[in-house]
Design a protein around this ligand. Structure first.
Ligand code: HEM
Length: 523
């Protein structure tokens, strides 16, 4: 039993602590001139998005990635501020205003990345996505040249080869219809094979049996598959717990195997007697690294840094593109007129039976517009976090159309809310509607940043765009895509069907939940 003076002491300590918190909270609110937004008791990074909205306690949907423009509408401006009391007083700004986002993306020093939030991407060590400052500059200088024109062409040619192999070799030209329960069954291996080939110089195919190398237990294909599927497991499950479940040990093994494969590949390329001309990302990265030496004569990147950067190409590079392809096919299945227009463009651009070539992209403007419209509606990274390095201000517009200056204290987290921006009715007409033609004429470029922007924009943008276009061209030339019928949903309206088919959740990137589609041969 505590005696009464101990209870009083504890009460005093709690009282002081609570008063300090409340004063800090009030100061934080004053510091932002009580700018519109959420004032909540609790904001636990990573967990808050799963909590319901309880006024003054949690932000719920309004603070979430999928609030779209709705939360900004409710708070009456293109920038709103969440101030929370626990676990610590924190100010977070959500921004869906095009000119404020442009200002942030063009000022890396004022608005760096909050690299604490990128810890999870450092499984193999420091890398281009999860770094800032001089380290990032060094990585960008070495990694940048890998995404060359020659690599672009390789991405195109390899994607065409991979999808043709699916169409001709796996589905077969005789088969009238191919139904899938989830389009990811097609999009994921497709993206995996493309990154395997154009990223690592390892050709994989839909039909081939894969065997492990002399030094590994898993094949390269299975390794990549388990590594990307098991990303969350790898992060959540500690090393000592991997033996608790078969799937945990499989993922752990896959990560070890990936490391072995990477070192093997690095070694092979370095010791090859005759140097082959290869344009995959790994070869170019190795070349660049060997040519670019540090002042003491060592390669610019250590082997660990090489490994971690290659790993990040895999993680950043294949799931995002697979999900985007999947969303696009779902939208084309729902909007048959748009699909027909795309098909006509392909027929006109590539009239004979030849392979679509890299040079054809100039005549595939509608396919490119479909990619952009898909990324507007379903941006793979719906929120991009930044940090304010100094006390500053940003300007936005309120619902009445007046300019509002928002004070941004140093240390505030700034979430670039791409979902909000891409559905902002001040920038986009009928933002909820899938209308690729909006990207054909003049469109508001600052209101569309699915690949981020400024010097920290996506390095693999062209890689992803070409993969998307090549895959979509080969699929649409051969198949008409439609939603798989299901008697359970016989009476649903178009909007209900769209909501069902396009349902998504946030994983490493925005993820389609279940997209049942049918591919019907055109001839
Ligand atoms: C549809 C596909 C893709 C989308 C929507 C996308 C989007 C993005 C976004 C939003 C960022 C900024 C992330 C941040 O600030 O934290 C980013 C960065 C990056 N992406 Fe992509 N990405 C895609 C495909 C790819 C591919 C295919 C690769 C490589 C093969 C790739 C490699 C990278 C790299 C290396 C960075 C870091 C750039 C830097 O910080 O300097 N991405 N991407």
């Amino acid at each position: 039993m505590m005696n009464s003076s101990a209870v009083i002491l504890l009460g005093v300590i709690i009282g002081i602590w609570t008063t300090q918190r409340i004063v800090a909270f009030r100061n934080a609110v004053r510091g932002i001139k009580n700018h519109t937004g959420l004032r909540v008791l609790l904001d636990i990074p990573g967990l808050s998005i799963y909590m319901p909205r309880i006024p003054y306690v949690t932000g719920g949907k309004d603070g979430r990635w999928d609030a779209k423009w709705g939360a900004f509408e409710r708070f009456g401006a293109g920038i709103f501020a969440s101030v929370s009391l626990l676990p610590k007083v924190r100010v977070t700004f959500s921004i869906a205003d095009a000119s404020a986002i442009k200002e942030i993306l063009s000022s890396r020093h004022r608005f760096p990345k909050p690299i604490d939030q990128y810890r999870l991407l450092r499984i193999f060590g420091d890398n281009i996505v999860a770094s800032e400052g001089d380290d990032w500059k060094r990585y960008r200088k070495i990694c940048g040249p890998s995404f060359s024109e020659r690599n672009n062409k390789l991405v195109w040619d390899e994607t065409v080869r991979i999808v043709r192999e699916l169409v001709e070799g796996v589905w077969g030209v005789e088969r009238r219809e191919v139904g899938v329960e989830h389009a990811m069954e097609v999009a994921m291996p497709l993206a995996l094979f493309t990154i395997g080939s154009a990223g690592f110089g390892r050709r994989m195919s839909w039909t081939e049996e894969f065997t492990p190398s002399s030094k590994t237990r898993l094949s390269f294909k299975d390794t990549l598959h388990y590594v990307s599927e098991g990303f969350m497991t790898k992060i959540i499950v500690p090393r000592w717990a991997v033996s608790f479940h078969k799937s945990f040990s499989q993922v752990s093994l896959a990560y070890d195997e990936l490391k072995r494969y990477m070192y093997e590949m690095i070694e092979q390329r370095r010791t090859a007697v005759t140097k082959e001309e290869r344009y995959d990302l790994l070869s170019s990265l190795l070349d660049a690294n060997d040519n670019e030496v540090s002042p003491n004569g060592e390669p610019a990147l250590t082997d660990e840094e090489l490994l971690s950067n290659i790993y990040i190409f895999l993680i950043a590079g294949h799931e995002t593109t697979a999900h985007t392809l999947c969303f696009a096919w779902g939208l084309l299945a729902l909007y048959q007129d748009e699909q027909e227009r795309a098909y006509q463009e392909i027929k006109n651009a590539i009239p004979d039976d030849r392979n679509p070539s890299y040079q054809d992209i100039a005549s595939l403007k509608y396919i490119e517009a479909i990619l952009n419209e898909t990324l507007r509606l379903y941006p793979a990274a719906p929120i991009i976090p930044k940090l304010s390095a100094e006390d500053t201000t940003l300007t936005t517009t309120n619902n009445a159309g007046e300019k509002v200056t928002v004070p941004i204290p140093a240390g505030s987290i700034i979430n670039l809310h791409l979902y909000g921006l891409h559905y902002n009715p001040n920038h986009w007409e009928d933002p909820e509607v899938f209308r690729p033609s909006r990207f054909l004429g003049d469109w508001p470029r600052d209101s569309f940043v699915p690949f981020s922007g400024g010097v920290r924009s996506c390095l693999g943008r062209r890689f992803a765009e070409l993969e998307f276009m090549a895959a979509t061209v080969v699929i649409l030339r051969n198949y008409k895509i439609s939603v798989k019928e299901d008697s359970k949903f016989a009476g649903e309206t178009f909007e209900e069907r769209k909501a069902r088919v396009m349902r998504c959740k946030l994983g490493i990137s925005l993820t389609p939940v279940r997209m049942p589609l049918v591919f019907t041969r055109r001839n």
